[in-house]
Design a protein around this ligand. Sequence first.
Ligand code: FAD
Length: 493
Amino acid sequence: MPAAIERVVIVGGGTAGWMAAALIARVLGDQVRTTLVESEEIGIIGVGEATIPPIQHVNATLGIDEAEFLRETRATIKLAIRFENWGAIGDSYYHTFGAAGRNIAFCPFHHFWHRAQDRDYWDYDLNALCARDGKFAKLRSDDPTFALPYAYHFDSSLYGRFLRRYSEARGVTRVEGMVSAVERHSERGDITALVLRDGRRVAGDLFIDCSGARGLLIQQQLNVGFEDWGHWLPCDRAMAVPSERFAQTAPYTRSIAHGAGWQWRIPLQHRNGNGLVYSSRHLSDEAAATLLLGNLDGRALDEPRIIPFRTGRARRQWDRNVVAVGLSSGFLEPLESTSIYLIQSAIVRLLHLFPQGGIAPALVREYNRQSQLEYETVRDFIILHYHATRRDDSAFWRDLRAMPVPDRLAAKLELFRASGVLNQDPLDIFMEPSWVQVLLGQGVVPAAHHPLADGVGADELAAQLRDLAAAKRAPVEQMPLHDDFLRACGGMA
Ligand code: FAD
Protein backbone atom coordinates (compact mmCIF):
# COMPACT_ATOMS: atom_id res chain seq x y z
CA MET A 1 0.00 0.00 0.00
CA PRO A 2 1.41 3.47 -0.87
CA ALA A 3 2.46 5.80 1.94
CA ALA A 4 0.22 8.28 3.76
CA ILE A 5 -1.23 11.28 1.94
CA GLU A 6 0.94 14.32 2.64
CA ARG A 7 0.59 16.36 -0.56
CA VAL A 8 -2.82 17.12 -2.06
CA VAL A 9 -2.80 18.63 -5.54
CA ILE A 10 -5.95 20.24 -6.93
CA VAL A 11 -6.12 20.84 -10.69
CA GLY A 12 -8.51 23.69 -11.48
CA GLY A 13 -9.53 26.96 -9.88
CA GLY A 14 -13.29 27.11 -10.55
CA THR A 15 -15.92 26.73 -7.84
CA ALA A 16 -14.93 23.07 -7.38
CA GLY A 17 -11.22 23.73 -7.02
CA TRP A 18 -11.44 26.63 -4.61
CA MET A 19 -14.17 25.06 -2.49
CA ALA A 20 -12.03 21.91 -2.19
CA ALA A 21 -8.98 24.00 -1.29
CA ALA A 22 -10.85 26.05 1.33
CA LEU A 23 -12.49 23.08 3.05
CA ILE A 24 -9.31 20.98 3.06
CA ALA A 25 -7.29 23.89 4.44
CA ARG A 26 -9.90 24.49 7.14
CA VAL A 27 -10.53 20.88 8.14
CA LEU A 28 -7.19 19.11 7.62
CA GLY A 29 -5.04 22.15 8.47
CA ASP A 30 -1.33 21.40 8.25
CA GLN A 31 -1.80 17.62 8.14
CA VAL A 32 -1.48 17.96 4.37
CA ARG A 33 0.18 20.45 2.03
CA THR A 34 -2.31 21.66 -0.57
CA THR A 35 -1.40 23.09 -3.97
CA LEU A 36 -3.92 24.34 -6.53
CA VAL A 37 -2.95 24.65 -10.18
CA GLU A 38 -5.07 26.77 -12.48
CA SER A 39 -4.71 28.32 -15.88
CA GLU A 40 -6.06 31.80 -16.49
CA GLU A 41 -5.69 31.08 -20.20
CA ILE A 42 -8.44 28.43 -19.93
CA GLY A 43 -10.52 30.29 -17.34
CA ILE A 44 -13.55 28.97 -15.47
CA ILE A 45 -17.08 28.14 -16.59
CA GLY A 46 -18.28 31.19 -14.65
CA VAL A 47 -21.97 30.26 -14.39
CA GLY A 48 -23.50 28.60 -11.35
CA GLU A 49 -25.22 31.25 -9.36
CA ALA A 50 -28.04 29.54 -7.49
CA THR A 51 -27.50 27.29 -4.49
CA ILE A 52 -29.47 25.20 -1.99
CA PRO A 53 -29.43 25.51 1.83
CA PRO A 54 -26.55 23.09 2.61
CA ILE A 55 -24.20 25.86 1.34
CA GLN A 56 -24.76 27.28 4.84
CA HIS A 57 -22.77 24.31 6.24
CA VAL A 58 -19.83 25.27 4.03
CA ASN A 59 -19.94 28.86 5.24
CA ALA A 60 -20.34 27.76 8.87
CA THR A 61 -17.44 25.29 8.62
CA LEU A 62 -15.24 27.96 7.07
CA GLY A 63 -16.37 30.47 9.69
CA ILE A 64 -17.54 33.00 7.09
CA ASP A 65 -19.42 36.09 8.25
CA GLU A 66 -22.71 36.16 6.35
CA ALA A 67 -22.95 39.93 5.85
CA GLU A 68 -19.40 40.02 4.45
CA PHE A 69 -20.22 37.04 2.20
CA LEU A 70 -23.37 38.77 0.88
CA ARG A 71 -21.46 41.98 0.14
CA GLU A 72 -18.40 40.34 -1.43
CA THR A 73 -20.28 37.98 -3.75
CA ARG A 74 -23.16 40.44 -4.49
CA ALA A 75 -25.45 37.70 -3.23
CA THR A 76 -29.19 37.67 -2.68
CA ILE A 77 -31.39 35.34 -0.65
CA LYS A 78 -33.03 32.32 -2.28
CA LEU A 79 -36.12 30.85 -0.63
CA ALA A 80 -37.46 28.81 -3.52
CA ILE A 81 -37.60 28.22 -7.25
CA ARG A 82 -40.75 29.36 -9.01
CA PHE A 83 -41.54 26.92 -11.80
CA GLU A 84 -43.64 28.42 -14.57
CA ASN A 85 -45.26 26.61 -17.53
CA TRP A 86 -43.92 23.22 -16.40
CA GLY A 87 -47.06 21.19 -15.57
CA ALA A 88 -49.02 23.04 -18.25
CA ILE A 89 -48.66 26.40 -20.01
CA GLY A 90 -49.90 29.10 -17.60
CA ASP A 91 -49.36 26.96 -14.45
CA SER A 92 -46.86 27.92 -11.77
CA TYR A 93 -45.76 26.60 -8.39
CA TYR A 94 -42.93 27.10 -5.90
CA HIS A 95 -40.44 24.43 -4.96
CA THR A 96 -39.40 25.92 -1.66
CA PHE A 97 -36.83 24.96 0.93
CA GLY A 98 -39.58 24.83 3.55
CA ALA A 99 -42.25 22.39 4.64
CA ALA A 100 -45.97 23.10 4.73
CA GLY A 101 -46.91 21.29 7.93
CA ARG A 102 -45.54 18.65 10.23
CA ASN A 103 -46.49 14.97 10.34
CA ILE A 104 -49.39 14.20 12.68
CA ALA A 105 -49.56 10.72 14.22
CA PHE A 106 -47.11 9.23 11.67
CA CYS A 107 -49.06 10.72 8.79
CA PRO A 108 -47.38 13.31 6.52
CA PHE A 109 -49.13 16.68 6.35
CA HIS A 110 -50.00 16.53 2.68
CA HIS A 111 -52.51 13.72 3.32
CA PHE A 112 -54.45 16.01 5.71
CA TRP A 113 -54.29 18.78 3.13
CA HIS A 114 -55.49 16.35 0.47
CA ARG A 115 -58.40 15.28 2.60
CA ALA A 116 -59.48 18.84 3.45
CA GLN A 117 -58.62 20.46 0.05
CA ASP A 118 -59.44 23.78 1.73
CA ARG A 119 -56.86 26.12 0.26
CA ASP A 120 -53.75 26.26 -1.88
CA TYR A 121 -51.04 23.91 -0.54
CA TRP A 122 -48.46 26.73 -0.61
CA ASP A 123 -50.59 28.89 1.71
CA TYR A 124 -49.12 26.69 4.46
CA ASP A 125 -45.54 27.17 3.34
CA LEU A 126 -43.71 30.06 4.97
CA ASN A 127 -41.02 30.13 2.26
CA ALA A 128 -43.68 30.45 -0.44
CA LEU A 129 -45.55 33.17 1.47
CA CYS A 130 -42.34 35.21 1.87
CA ALA A 131 -41.31 34.59 -1.75
CA ARG A 132 -44.69 35.85 -3.03
CA ASP A 133 -44.39 39.04 -0.96
CA GLY A 134 -40.66 39.60 -1.58
CA LYS A 135 -39.97 39.45 2.18
CA PHE A 136 -37.09 38.00 4.17
CA ALA A 137 -35.82 37.86 7.75
CA LYS A 138 -33.74 35.31 9.59
CA LEU A 139 -36.18 33.29 11.70
CA ARG A 140 -35.34 30.88 14.46
CA SER A 141 -37.86 28.24 15.45
CA ASP A 142 -37.77 24.92 17.29
CA ASP A 143 -40.52 23.77 14.95
CA PRO A 144 -38.93 23.14 11.53
CA THR A 145 -42.21 23.98 9.78
CA PHE A 146 -41.94 27.54 11.17
CA ALA A 147 -38.31 27.99 10.16
CA LEU A 148 -37.36 29.82 6.99
CA PRO A 149 -34.56 27.79 5.36
CA TYR A 150 -32.69 29.68 2.68
CA ALA A 151 -29.78 29.60 0.28
CA TYR A 152 -28.10 32.23 -1.90
CA HIS A 153 -27.82 33.46 -5.43
CA PHE A 154 -24.30 34.79 -5.96
CA ASP A 155 -21.85 35.91 -8.60
CA SER A 156 -19.84 32.72 -9.06
CA SER A 157 -16.64 34.45 -10.22
CA LEU A 158 -16.71 36.65 -7.09
CA TYR A 159 -17.40 33.54 -4.99
CA GLY A 160 -14.30 31.86 -6.47
CA ARG A 161 -12.17 34.91 -5.61
CA PHE A 162 -13.61 34.96 -2.09
CA LEU A 163 -12.68 31.30 -1.52
CA ARG A 164 -9.27 31.84 -3.09
CA ARG A 165 -8.42 34.64 -0.64
CA TYR A 166 -9.65 32.43 2.20
CA SER A 167 -7.57 29.44 1.06
CA GLU A 168 -4.36 31.34 0.37
CA ALA A 169 -4.60 32.97 3.80
CA ARG A 170 -4.65 29.44 5.26
CA GLY A 171 -1.60 28.13 3.49
CA VAL A 172 -2.87 26.81 0.14
CA THR A 173 -0.27 27.38 -2.58
CA ARG A 174 -1.64 28.61 -5.89
CA VAL A 175 0.28 27.81 -9.05
CA GLU A 176 -0.67 29.61 -12.23
CA GLY A 177 0.11 27.57 -15.32
CA MET A 178 -1.13 25.18 -17.95
CA VAL A 179 -0.80 21.46 -17.24
CA SER A 180 0.57 19.96 -20.44
CA ALA A 181 1.71 16.51 -19.31
CA VAL A 182 1.20 14.08 -16.47
CA GLU A 183 3.68 11.65 -14.88
CA ARG A 184 2.44 8.28 -13.66
CA HIS A 185 3.82 5.48 -11.51
CA SER A 186 5.26 2.84 -13.81
CA GLU A 187 3.52 -0.09 -12.08
CA ARG A 188 0.47 1.19 -10.24
CA GLY A 189 -0.49 3.78 -12.84
CA ASP A 190 -1.16 6.39 -10.11
CA ILE A 191 -0.54 10.01 -11.02
CA THR A 192 2.73 11.17 -9.49
CA ALA A 193 3.11 14.71 -10.86
CA LEU A 194 1.66 17.35 -13.15
CA VAL A 195 4.03 18.94 -15.62
CA LEU A 196 3.32 22.51 -16.65
CA ARG A 197 3.96 23.94 -20.11
CA ASP A 198 6.99 25.89 -18.84
CA GLY A 199 8.51 22.69 -17.43
CA ARG A 200 7.61 23.16 -13.73
CA ARG A 201 6.57 19.96 -11.93
CA VAL A 202 3.92 19.69 -9.23
CA ALA A 203 4.18 16.35 -7.43
CA GLY A 204 1.50 14.94 -5.13
CA ASP A 205 0.09 11.89 -3.34
CA LEU A 206 -3.61 12.59 -3.91
CA PHE A 207 -4.94 14.55 -6.90
CA ILE A 208 -8.33 16.24 -7.00
CA ASP A 209 -9.44 16.73 -10.57
CA CYS A 210 -11.41 20.00 -10.69
CA SER A 211 -10.45 20.70 -14.30
CA GLY A 212 -14.04 21.07 -15.51
CA ALA A 213 -15.82 19.16 -18.25
CA ARG A 214 -12.54 18.11 -19.93
CA GLY A 215 -11.72 15.80 -16.97
CA LEU A 216 -7.97 16.30 -17.42
CA LEU A 217 -6.98 13.48 -15.07
CA ILE A 218 -10.08 11.33 -14.52
CA GLN A 219 -10.95 11.04 -18.23
CA GLN A 220 -7.94 12.07 -20.29
CA GLN A 221 -5.45 10.09 -18.17
CA LEU A 222 -7.40 7.40 -16.31
CA ASN A 223 -10.09 7.01 -18.93
CA VAL A 224 -12.79 5.90 -16.50
CA GLY A 225 -15.58 6.39 -19.06
CA PHE A 226 -18.79 8.39 -18.96
CA GLU A 227 -22.36 7.22 -18.34
CA ASP A 228 -24.49 9.32 -20.66
CA TRP A 229 -28.02 10.23 -19.50
CA GLY A 230 -28.95 12.23 -22.60
CA HIS A 231 -31.81 9.81 -23.41
CA TRP A 232 -33.60 10.95 -20.23
CA LEU A 233 -32.45 14.54 -20.18
CA PRO A 234 -32.09 15.68 -23.80
CA CYS A 235 -31.03 19.30 -23.17
CA ASP A 236 -27.41 19.62 -24.23
CA ARG A 237 -26.75 23.36 -24.46
CA ALA A 238 -27.10 26.48 -22.40
CA MET A 239 -27.02 30.11 -23.47
CA ALA A 240 -26.25 32.62 -20.73
CA VAL A 241 -26.51 36.41 -20.65
CA PRO A 242 -26.49 38.95 -17.80
CA SER A 243 -29.06 41.77 -17.74
CA GLU A 244 -29.85 44.89 -15.71
CA ARG A 245 -31.16 44.28 -12.22
CA PHE A 246 -34.83 44.69 -11.38
CA ALA A 247 -36.17 47.51 -9.23
CA GLN A 248 -37.08 44.95 -6.56
CA THR A 249 -34.98 41.84 -5.96
CA ALA A 250 -37.03 38.64 -5.79
CA PRO A 251 -35.87 36.15 -3.11
CA TYR A 252 -36.28 33.23 -5.51
CA THR A 253 -35.08 31.82 -8.82
CA ARG A 254 -37.47 31.69 -11.74
CA SER A 255 -37.52 28.66 -14.03
CA ILE A 256 -39.70 29.24 -17.08
CA ALA A 257 -40.37 26.29 -19.37
CA HIS A 258 -40.41 26.94 -23.13
CA GLY A 259 -41.09 24.74 -26.16
CA ALA A 260 -37.73 22.92 -26.07
CA GLY A 261 -36.13 23.70 -22.73
CA TRP A 262 -36.35 26.28 -19.98
CA GLN A 263 -35.04 29.66 -18.93
CA TRP A 264 -33.56 30.73 -15.61
CA ARG A 265 -33.70 34.17 -14.04
CA ILE A 266 -31.45 34.69 -11.06
CA PRO A 267 -31.50 38.06 -9.26
CA LEU A 268 -28.20 39.37 -7.90
CA GLN A 269 -27.50 42.68 -6.19
CA HIS A 270 -25.84 44.25 -9.25
CA ARG A 271 -27.42 42.37 -12.18
CA ASN A 272 -29.63 39.46 -13.19
CA GLY A 273 -28.28 36.15 -14.40
CA ASN A 274 -30.30 34.70 -17.27
CA GLY A 275 -29.95 31.64 -19.37
CA LEU A 276 -31.72 29.17 -21.56
CA VAL A 277 -31.15 25.42 -21.26
CA TYR A 278 -32.26 23.72 -24.46
CA SER A 279 -32.08 20.70 -26.68
CA SER A 280 -30.08 21.39 -29.84
CA ARG A 281 -32.08 18.69 -31.64
CA HIS A 282 -35.24 20.73 -31.09
CA LEU A 283 -34.01 24.35 -31.14
CA SER A 284 -31.28 26.08 -33.17
CA ASP A 285 -28.83 28.48 -31.51
CA GLU A 286 -30.34 31.37 -33.49
CA ALA A 287 -33.86 30.56 -32.29
CA ALA A 288 -32.53 30.12 -28.74
CA ALA A 289 -30.92 33.59 -28.83
CA THR A 290 -34.15 35.17 -30.06
CA LEU A 291 -36.15 33.41 -27.34
CA LEU A 292 -33.72 34.31 -24.56
CA LEU A 293 -33.17 37.95 -25.54
CA GLY A 294 -36.91 38.40 -26.05
CA ASN A 295 -37.60 37.27 -22.46
CA LEU A 296 -35.22 39.30 -20.32
CA ASP A 297 -37.32 42.04 -18.69
CA GLY A 298 -34.26 44.30 -18.76
CA ARG A 299 -31.42 45.35 -21.07
CA ALA A 300 -28.82 42.64 -21.87
CA LEU A 301 -25.39 43.64 -20.53
CA ASP A 302 -23.36 41.37 -22.81
CA GLU A 303 -23.57 39.08 -25.83
CA PRO A 304 -25.18 35.68 -25.11
CA ARG A 305 -22.61 32.92 -24.51
CA ILE A 306 -23.22 29.32 -25.63
CA ILE A 307 -22.16 26.51 -23.27
CA PRO A 308 -22.50 22.98 -24.69
CA PHE A 309 -22.77 20.20 -22.08
CA ARG A 310 -23.23 16.47 -21.73
CA THR A 311 -25.50 15.06 -19.03
CA GLY A 312 -24.23 12.09 -17.08
CA ARG A 313 -21.46 11.07 -14.75
CA ALA A 314 -17.93 9.69 -14.73
CA ARG A 315 -18.23 5.93 -14.24
CA ARG A 316 -15.80 6.07 -11.31
CA GLN A 317 -15.57 9.42 -9.56
CA TRP A 318 -12.56 8.21 -7.55
CA ASP A 319 -10.01 6.11 -9.46
CA ARG A 320 -6.50 5.21 -8.21
CA ASN A 321 -5.25 8.41 -6.52
CA VAL A 322 -7.56 10.80 -8.41
CA VAL A 323 -10.88 12.09 -7.11
CA ALA A 324 -13.02 14.01 -9.61
CA VAL A 325 -15.00 16.92 -8.16
CA GLY A 326 -17.24 19.36 -10.03
CA LEU A 327 -17.85 19.23 -13.75
CA SER A 328 -15.09 16.62 -14.24
CA SER A 329 -17.19 14.18 -12.17
CA GLY A 330 -20.40 14.67 -14.15
CA PHE A 331 -23.08 17.17 -15.03
CA LEU A 332 -26.77 17.61 -14.37
CA GLU A 333 -28.51 20.67 -15.75
CA PRO A 334 -29.04 23.47 -13.21
CA LEU A 335 -32.82 22.99 -12.91
CA GLU A 336 -32.62 22.38 -9.15
CA SER A 337 -29.31 24.23 -8.56
CA THR A 338 -27.57 21.05 -7.45
CA SER A 339 -24.07 21.25 -8.98
CA ILE A 340 -22.44 23.37 -6.29
CA TYR A 341 -24.11 21.14 -3.69
CA LEU A 342 -22.68 18.05 -5.43
CA ILE A 343 -19.24 19.69 -5.23
CA GLN A 344 -19.69 20.31 -1.51
CA SER A 345 -20.97 16.79 -0.93
CA ALA A 346 -18.07 15.24 -2.87
CA ILE A 347 -15.51 17.14 -0.79
CA VAL A 348 -17.23 16.26 2.49
CA ARG A 349 -17.39 12.61 1.38
CA LEU A 350 -13.69 12.68 0.56
CA LEU A 351 -12.95 14.17 3.97
CA HIS A 352 -15.06 11.46 5.68
CA LEU A 353 -13.24 8.76 3.76
CA PHE A 354 -9.85 10.48 3.76
CA PRO A 355 -7.12 7.82 3.63
CA GLN A 356 -5.40 7.34 6.97
CA GLY A 357 -2.44 5.52 5.48
CA GLY A 358 -2.44 4.62 1.84
CA ILE A 359 -5.56 4.55 -0.33
CA ALA A 360 -7.46 1.40 0.68
CA PRO A 361 -9.65 -0.06 -2.11
CA ALA A 362 -12.60 -0.19 0.33
CA LEU A 363 -12.48 3.60 0.70
CA VAL A 364 -12.57 4.07 -3.04
CA ARG A 365 -15.46 1.59 -3.45
CA GLU A 366 -17.51 3.28 -0.73
CA TYR A 367 -16.85 6.74 -2.18
CA ASN A 368 -17.96 5.60 -5.62
CA ARG A 369 -21.03 3.80 -4.29
CA GLN A 370 -22.25 6.90 -2.45
CA SER A 371 -21.42 9.25 -5.33
CA GLN A 372 -23.33 7.12 -7.81
CA LEU A 373 -26.44 6.93 -5.61
CA GLU A 374 -26.40 10.64 -4.95
CA TYR A 375 -26.05 11.54 -8.62
CA GLU A 376 -28.81 9.13 -9.60
CA THR A 377 -31.31 10.48 -7.08
CA VAL A 378 -30.71 14.06 -8.24
CA ARG A 379 -31.05 12.88 -11.84
CA ASP A 380 -34.40 11.24 -11.07
CA PHE A 381 -35.71 14.38 -9.39
CA ILE A 382 -34.79 16.46 -12.44
CA ILE A 383 -36.36 13.93 -14.83
CA LEU A 384 -39.58 14.17 -12.80
CA HIS A 385 -40.01 17.83 -13.83
CA TYR A 386 -39.88 16.97 -17.52
CA HIS A 387 -41.84 13.73 -17.40
CA ALA A 388 -44.75 14.68 -15.11
CA THR A 389 -46.30 17.23 -17.41
CA ARG A 390 -49.52 17.71 -19.31
CA ARG A 391 -47.75 19.72 -22.00
CA ASP A 392 -48.10 18.41 -25.53
CA ASP A 393 -47.41 21.59 -27.49
CA SER A 394 -44.09 20.41 -28.97
CA ALA A 395 -42.27 17.20 -29.92
CA PHE A 396 -39.88 17.91 -27.03
CA TRP A 397 -42.62 17.69 -24.38
CA ARG A 398 -44.53 14.88 -26.08
CA ASP A 399 -41.35 12.74 -26.14
CA LEU A 400 -40.51 13.47 -22.51
CA ARG A 401 -44.04 12.70 -21.30
CA ALA A 402 -44.05 9.36 -23.04
CA MET A 403 -40.49 8.18 -22.33
CA PRO A 404 -39.76 5.30 -19.95
CA VAL A 405 -38.08 6.73 -16.83
CA PRO A 406 -35.47 5.04 -14.59
CA ASP A 407 -36.94 2.16 -12.55
CA ARG A 408 -36.49 3.86 -9.17
CA LEU A 409 -38.40 6.94 -10.35
CA ALA A 410 -41.11 4.84 -12.05
CA ALA A 411 -41.70 2.94 -8.78
CA LYS A 412 -41.80 6.18 -6.79
CA LEU A 413 -44.35 7.73 -9.14
CA GLU A 414 -46.55 4.63 -9.12
CA LEU A 415 -46.56 4.51 -5.32
CA PHE A 416 -47.37 8.21 -4.98
CA ARG A 417 -50.13 8.12 -7.58
CA ALA A 418 -51.75 5.14 -5.91
CA SER A 419 -51.40 6.15 -2.27
CA GLY A 420 -49.68 9.50 -1.75
CA VAL A 421 -46.87 7.59 -0.01
CA LEU A 422 -43.28 8.56 -0.74
CA ASN A 423 -40.23 6.54 0.23
CA GLN A 424 -37.00 8.33 1.04
CA ASP A 425 -34.10 6.95 -0.96
CA PRO A 426 -30.75 6.85 0.82
CA LEU A 427 -28.54 9.82 -0.09
CA ASP A 428 -31.41 11.65 -1.81
CA ILE A 429 -30.87 15.28 -0.85
CA PHE A 430 -34.49 16.04 -1.67
CA MET A 431 -36.74 15.14 1.24
CA GLU A 432 -40.44 14.41 1.20
CA PRO A 433 -41.57 18.09 1.23
CA SER A 434 -39.58 18.71 -1.97
CA TRP A 435 -41.00 15.70 -3.79
CA VAL A 436 -44.54 16.58 -2.67
CA GLN A 437 -44.27 20.16 -3.93
CA VAL A 438 -42.91 19.18 -7.33
CA LEU A 439 -45.37 16.31 -7.75
CA LEU A 440 -48.39 18.41 -6.78
CA GLY A 441 -47.04 21.40 -8.67
CA GLN A 442 -46.68 19.35 -11.85
CA GLY A 443 -50.22 18.05 -11.45
CA VAL A 444 -49.54 14.56 -10.03
CA VAL A 445 -52.27 14.08 -7.42
CA PRO A 446 -52.65 10.84 -5.44
CA ALA A 447 -55.79 8.79 -6.00
CA ALA A 448 -56.69 9.10 -2.31
CA HIS A 449 -55.38 10.40 0.99
CA HIS A 450 -53.93 8.01 3.55
CA PRO A 451 -56.46 6.41 5.97
CA LEU A 452 -54.43 7.80 8.90
CA ALA A 453 -55.56 11.28 7.86
CA ASP A 454 -59.13 10.24 8.75
CA GLY A 455 -58.12 9.97 12.40
CA VAL A 456 -59.26 13.56 13.05
CA GLY A 457 -62.87 14.78 12.79
CA ALA A 458 -63.67 17.00 9.80
CA ASP A 459 -64.45 20.11 11.90
CA GLU A 460 -61.36 19.66 14.02
CA LEU A 461 -59.18 19.26 10.92
CA ALA A 462 -60.68 22.38 9.35
CA ALA A 463 -59.99 24.38 12.52
CA GLN A 464 -56.40 23.08 12.78
CA LEU A 465 -55.68 23.96 9.16
CA ARG A 466 -57.23 27.42 9.54
CA ASP A 467 -55.06 28.09 12.60
CA LEU A 468 -51.96 26.78 10.84
CA ALA A 469 -52.48 29.00 7.78
CA ALA A 470 -52.99 32.05 10.04
CA ALA A 471 -49.91 31.19 12.12
CA LYS A 472 -47.82 30.87 8.94
CA ARG A 473 -49.10 34.19 7.61
CA ALA A 474 -48.50 36.18 10.81
CA PRO A 475 -44.67 36.50 10.75
CA VAL A 476 -44.67 37.54 7.08
CA GLU A 477 -46.52 40.77 7.91
CA GLN A 478 -43.72 41.79 10.30
CA MET A 479 -40.83 41.04 7.98
CA PRO A 480 -38.76 43.54 6.01
CA LEU A 481 -38.59 43.44 2.24
CA HIS A 482 -35.77 41.29 0.90
CA ASP A 483 -34.04 44.43 -0.46
CA ASP A 484 -34.19 46.06 2.99
CA PHE A 485 -32.59 42.97 4.51
CA LEU A 486 -29.75 43.16 1.95
CA ARG A 487 -29.27 46.90 2.63
CA ALA A 488 -29.07 46.20 6.36
CA CYS A 489 -26.19 43.80 5.58
CA GLY A 490 -24.38 46.60 3.75
CA GLY A 491 -25.28 45.35 0.26
CA MET A 492 -26.99 46.80 -2.85
CA ALA A 493 -24.86 49.97 -3.11
P1 FAD B 1 -14.61 25.12 -14.18
O1 FAD B 1 -15.26 26.32 -13.67
O2 FAD B 1 -14.69 24.83 -15.66
O3 FAD B 1 -13.08 25.20 -13.77
C1 FAD B 1 -12.10 24.40 -14.38
C2 FAD B 1 -10.72 24.84 -13.92
O4 FAD B 1 -9.75 23.92 -14.41
C3 FAD B 1 -10.31 26.23 -14.41
O5 FAD B 1 -9.67 26.93 -13.37
C4 FAD B 1 -9.28 25.90 -15.48
O6 FAD B 1 -8.32 26.91 -15.63
C5 FAD B 1 -8.65 24.64 -14.93
N1 FAD B 1 -7.97 23.81 -15.93
C6 FAD B 1 -8.54 23.02 -16.87
N2 FAD B 1 -7.58 22.45 -17.62
C7 FAD B 1 -6.39 22.89 -17.12
C8 FAD B 1 -5.02 22.66 -17.49
N3 FAD B 1 -4.68 21.89 -18.53
N4 FAD B 1 -4.08 23.29 -16.78
C9 FAD B 1 -4.39 24.09 -15.73
N5 FAD B 1 -5.67 24.34 -15.35
C10 FAD B 1 -6.63 23.75 -16.05
N6 FAD B 1 -24.39 25.02 -10.43
C11 FAD B 1 -25.17 25.40 -9.40
O7 FAD B 1 -24.99 24.90 -8.28
N7 FAD B 1 -26.13 26.35 -9.55
C12 FAD B 1 -26.41 26.90 -10.75
O8 FAD B 1 -27.28 27.77 -10.84
C13 FAD B 1 -25.67 26.47 -11.87
N8 FAD B 1 -25.90 26.95 -13.10
C14 FAD B 1 -25.20 26.48 -14.15
C15 FAD B 1 -25.53 26.88 -15.44
C16 FAD B 1 -24.87 26.34 -16.54
C17 FAD B 1 -25.25 26.76 -17.92
C18 FAD B 1 -23.81 25.42 -16.34
C19 FAD B 1 -23.06 24.85 -17.53
C20 FAD B 1 -23.46 25.03 -15.07
C21 FAD B 1 -24.16 25.53 -13.98
N9 FAD B 1 -23.86 25.11 -12.70
C22 FAD B 1 -24.63 25.51 -11.65
C23 FAD B 1 -22.71 24.24 -12.47
C24 FAD B 1 -21.52 25.07 -12.01
O9 FAD B 1 -21.25 26.10 -12.93
C25 FAD B 1 -20.30 24.19 -11.89
O10 FAD B 1 -20.62 23.05 -11.16
C26 FAD B 1 -19.21 24.92 -11.16
O11 FAD B 1 -18.93 26.13 -11.77
C27 FAD B 1 -17.98 24.08 -11.04
O12 FAD B 1 -17.19 24.16 -12.15
P2 FAD B 1 -15.76 23.50 -12.03
O13 FAD B 1 -14.99 24.17 -10.98
O14 FAD B 1 -15.91 22.02 -11.95
O15 FAD B 1 -15.12 23.76 -13.48
